[in-house]
Design a protein around this ligand. Structure first.
Ligand code: MLT
Length: 266
């Protein structure tokens, strides 16, 4: 079922009485990133995905977002769907949202799954890259930006073996509202550093990273995992940054095993 709340498109799959799992996608993608996980997991779990404001089907509005406003949208979803302590699962930008949401209101969550993400804020170099990205969208168009950005997201193996799927993803993201895409870049550039909270996280965490990820490397993610008290880390074989699409079998297996150990709602 698809719900619209305050311009946000939210998608529900599975039985609402089951353990809720809230999926937060990466940039510049939409909820479809989790299609292969939700297809399998919704027979046992209440799977909620949504399009981050400005991306996919969620309205861009004025394009003025912050990481805090993205976290407010998480609160909105929890409230609207009356979710009792979901497990939150975020990839890259979705991981920034999940980490800040847990730092701000850990009591609202039962578990944390982080894929190909990091707790650090953007460096100066990173912020300048965001600015270059915005300039590229303004001067050359969103499609040129998306084409360039995606090159680093997927492994060479995926780009050659799944050429059509890769092209479709590029085409779909090129259809997004440029105002929303630029707004997400600014929100990421302005996010805070959540590193100091890692050692205080009490809920169990699953940390997954594509073994060929060049944006957030396995060593960076292993280091993050080591700082969390109850945490398991796995490198995902044959995968770059977008593990739910590049190796869904491995990712589904690890997520299922993790969710299996989480106590169910009463
Ligand atoms: C993502 O996949 O969400 C992006 O690579 C995150 C970023 O640009 O920092």
């Amino acid at each position: 079922m698809k719900i619209t709340s305050n311009g946000l498109k939210i998608f529900e799959n599975g039985d609402s009485k089951s353990l809720p799992v809230l999926f937060v996608h990466g940039f510049p993608f939409d909820h479809n990133m989790w299609h292969k996980q939700i297809e399998e997991l919704s027979s046992h779990y209440y799977c909620i995905s949504y399009d981050i404001r400005g991306l996919g089907e969620s309205s861009a509005g004025d394009g003025q977002y912050t990481m805090e406003s993205f976290v407010d949208d998480i609160s909105l979803i929890i409230y609207e769907l009356k979710l009792t302590k979901p497990v939150i699962c975020g990839l890259s930008m979705g991981g920034y949202v999940a980490l800040r949401a847990v730092e701000k209101m850990e009591e609202k969550f039962r578990g944390l799954i982080l894929c190909d993400t990091k707790p650090e804020a953007d460096t100066n170099e990173g912020k300048l890259k965001r600015a270059e990205g915005i300039k590229k969208i303004n001067e050359d168009g969103l499609d040129v930006f998306i084409h360039d950005f995606m090159k680093n997201c997927f492994s060479d193996q995926f780009k050659t073996s799944y050429k059509n799927e890769y092209q479709k993803i590029i085409e779909s993201s090129s259809e997004f509202d440029p105002v929303g895409v630029k707004g997400s870049l600014i929100a990421m550039a302005g996010r805070t550093d959540t590193t100091s909270y890692l050692s205080r996280i009490k809920i169990p965490a699953l940390i997954l990273c594509g073994e060929k990820d060049i944006l957030t490397t396995p060593s960076v993610m292993k280091e993050m995992s080591d700082k969390i008290a109850v945490s398991e880390f796995y490198a995902v074989p044959d995968s770059g940054h977008i593990i739910p699409i590049e190796n869904p079998e491995f990712v589904n297996k690890k997520i299922s095993a993790f969710l299996n150990k989480i106590p169910r709602p009463l």
